[in-house]
Design a protein. Structure first.
Lengths: 309, 417
């Protein structure tokens, strides 16, 4: 009797085990599939659609009269696009460099085992918790010559003090840098601080024993070992810079004139409010190319690193 | 899939309800600020009194920019509202794409052609048929002045020529006030510029330059003179104009910080809200050399093409309510504009509205009635944007020459075609 029962039971068990194995193999793919499909459709699908639109003569609504690269030719003949692209280089460059320098300095200073480090860290990190809109509005008031810093210093008796970058079309782009650096440098500091903490103390001690001075320890040992942190900071800051939109809208509204226009605000204005979807799509594709130009070398170096390591 | 079923069921239900020739219509508009919201609500009440249901679809912000963005996305997804507030040449663009319906029935029944000004109504027609109903007429060329500030500065009247204006500005500045209140946003810059230009160039020149966008007019001496005068106005403003909203600038006139502001007649709402009376506490005067001119900005409600008979009836009812005499009076008093119906008496309106109507009649007779470019009445969105870019950049760049700006106007407009 027992043997009669056990034969089909064990077969069943084996079958169940193979079913479980099957599910185990398939389930992860099954679970990931919807999000993959969604990502494929909504990210890559729309990228493709934007590219198609950039080849058409679409105005207020999408339409499909293909005109080749005409919209790109128009884009590069557009004075405002040149201002926006130049602004991105100026803003992005200054923003990334300033954030790195200030973030690193703050991190090194905080790393000196000072009292109340936790509280100070929170103070510097806090701006990151604010929305860029809030940052933009606050700085708009601070930088407004009639309300903010200039008015305050003049109120102290320095009648000739002038700080009117916000209303000066040549200088307004730097006000964006100030606000953005204020917002993001604390975050970079946190990244660097984590990096610094991960450096083994014995390295410091060994270097000190060898008679290296403190600056020398930092430039020769600490900075090189922070390279991965620098790299990921640059990646994060670069994409913040490229997609900057809300800060510009809140701080300067793209003005004076269109002196502080960035590619993102250019794209929005032309695609959505001016009925030039073709031209707007072309500018969006150019932004994508900008992101890829940064992302591809990064991915390449990452993948190559993995292969070796 | 489920939502599609739900939508289909909803549509069937709506169609079933629509049998009774009363229907729910969705109305997209941007009448969201105080007086405007009151005006919109009035329309809703009157429509619902006829048994229809008004589904409110208010999109605030950006002088309708945001509303237009929403409308486009709804239209692309094949689900436009039944009625939408659309202005100027955009109505024809929507019509040419086949989105708009036909409300000739209401126009014939009420005899619209007898009492609507032909120049203005042309924008509401697609291929000769009414596709939209005009609601009101705003006048753009106004100076709003604080008489106390003028008096205190030794200026006895609002200037009537630009030379007089700049002399007066010097006096006002010396007395410690800001001569001209302004907000540094592209549309406000363009508003001031078009007022300056229409005064210097006159109606025919304005139409050539800002309606036809004729390159010859855009580079003419008149244009360059207008640009130079416009730039000179920068010196009569304070230095904190960047990004300032128009109503903040108006409040500077109300509070006696600034003497004057150039702005359309919706500014009146701010004075009214501050408890001021026109002619006594504040003055409304035509800007220099635009006495017999009228730059208009008209709101229209465009009717989208709907299959449902009930909805069509609701559209027709809405259109005839909009143009009924008592609605015209109530709505326009709340909004600060004047009725678009020429046969409505303005006895109950304030002095500024009466002056606006007089100016309108004169301008219509003398060819000074022009569509406002700054408010989307004259050219397409993209061309308007191109003109804004050049004007605002010229105004804010101390080094740009008027000649350069006029050449850029031509190339920018051509690129936006």
């Amino acid at each position: 009797m027992p043997s009669n029962v056990s034969a089909p039971a064990s077969r069943e068990r084996r079958h169940r085990r193979s079913l479980a194995g099957h599910i185990e193999r398939v389930l992860p793919r099954l679970v990931v599939a919807p999000s993959l499909a969604v990502a494929l459709f909504f990210v890559y699908g729309y990228m493709l659609w934007t590219f198609l639109l950039s080849m058409t003569n679409s105005r207020m609504l999408p339409q499909y009269d293909f005109v080749g690269f005409e919209q790109y030719a128009r884009l590069f003949a557009n004075e405002r696009w040149h201002v926006a692209a130049t602004n991105l280089v100026v803003f992005g460059g200054l923003f990334i460099v300033s954030c790195l320098v200030i973030g690193l300095l703050l991190a090194i200073l905080l790393d000196q085992r000072i009292r109340q480090e936790g509280a100070l860290r929170t103070v510097y990190l806090y701006p990151m918790a604010l929305s860029l809109i809030v940052t933009g509005v606050v700085w708009r008031w601070l930088l407004n010559p009639g309300l903010g810093i200039q008015a305050m210093v003049r109120g102290w008796g320095f009648e000739d003090f002038t700080f009117n970058w916000l209303v000066d079309s040549d200088m307004a782009i730097y006000t964006l840098v100030i606000a953005a650096v204020w917002q993001a440098s604390g975050f970079v500091m946190a990244l660097f601080l984590a990096g610094l903490r991960s450096i083994d103390d014995s390295l410091f001690q060994a270097a000190a024993l060898d008679g290296a001075s403190l600056p020398r320890i930092y430039t020769r040992i600490v900075l090189p070992s922070l390279r991965p942190v620098v790299f990921s900071s640059v990646m994060i800051l670069a994409h913040i810079a490229i997609k900057s939109f809300d800060l510009v809208m809140a701080l300067t509204g793209g003005g004076p004139g269109y002196a502080t226009d960035l590619p993102a605000t250019f794209m929005y204005a032309h695609t959505f409010t001016r009925g030039q979807i073709g031209l707007g799509s072309a500018s969006a594709i150019m932004m994508l190319c900008g992101v890829l130009a940064i992302l591809v070398p990064y991915l390449y170096s990452e993948l190559r690193g993995q292969r070796h390591g | 899939m489920k939502t599609i079923h739900a939508l289909a069921a909803g549509a069937l239900l709506a169609a079933a309800v629509g049998q009774a020739n009363a229907a729910e219509i969705e109305v997209l508009h941007w009448w969201t600020s105080g007086g405007e919201a009151k005006a919109a609500n009035l329309l809703k009440e009157k429509l619902e009194a006829k048994g229809h249901t008004w589904k409110d679809f208010a999109v605030a912000g950006g002088a309708g920019d945001s509303a237009m963005t929403v409308l486009k996305s709804r239209a692309i997804s094949g689900n436009p509202p039944a009625v939408a507030q659309i202005k100027g040449p955009l109505i024809k663009e929507w019509g040419d794409m086949g989105f708009l319906g036909n409300i000739d029935k209401a126009a014939e029944a009420d005899g619209w052609d007898d009492f609507l000004p032909a120049e203005i109504v042309d924008a509401d027609k697609v291929d000769g048929h009414y596709a939209a109903v005009p609601v009101n007429i705003h006048r753009i060329n106004w100076i709003w002045a604080n008489p106390e500030v003028l008096e205190d500065s030794g200026v006895d009247h609002v200037p009537q020529t630009w030379d007089e204006f700049f002399d007066a500005a010097d006096k006002i500045r010396e007395a410690g006030y800001i001569p001209l209140a302004h907000g540094g946003q592209p549309w406000q810059d363009a508003t001031v510029f078009e007022v300056v230009m229409m005064g210097i160039g006159g109606g025919d020149f304005y139409r050539k330059a800002f309606v036809d966008l004729d390159p010859e007019a855009l580079t003419s001496d008149t244009m360059i003179k207008s640009l130079k005068t416009f730039k000179k106005l920068r010196g009569t403003m304070d230095e904190n104009i960047a990004g300032r909203d128009w109503n903040i600038a108006t409040s500077m006139v109300i509070n006696g910080k600034a003497a004057m502001q150039i702005m359309g007649d919706w500014a009146k709402g701010e004075f009214t809200a501050a408890g001021m009376t026109p002619g006594e506490d504040y003055e409304c005067v035509a800007p220099p050399m635009t006495e017999s001119m009228f730059s208009y900005n008209t709101d229209s409600l465009a009717m989208f093409d709907v299959d449902d008979e009930g909805k069509q009836q609701a559209q027709l009812d809405l259109a005839s309510i909009v143009l009924s005499k008592d609605f015209q009076v109530q709505f326009n008093q709340a909004k600060g504009s004047i009725p678009v119906r020429l046969d409505v008496s303005l006895d109950d309106f304030d002095a500024c509205a009466k002056a606006s109507r007089e100016a309108f009649d004169v301008a219509m007779d003398e060819g000074g009635l022009v569509p406002s470019l700054a408010h989307g009445m004259a050219v397409s969105d993209s061309q308007q944007g191109a003109v804004f870019d050049v004007i605002t950049n010229f105004f804010n760049d101390p080094d740009m020459k008027a000649e350069t700006a006029s050449e850029r106007l031509v190339s920018a407009v051509r690129a936006a075609e």
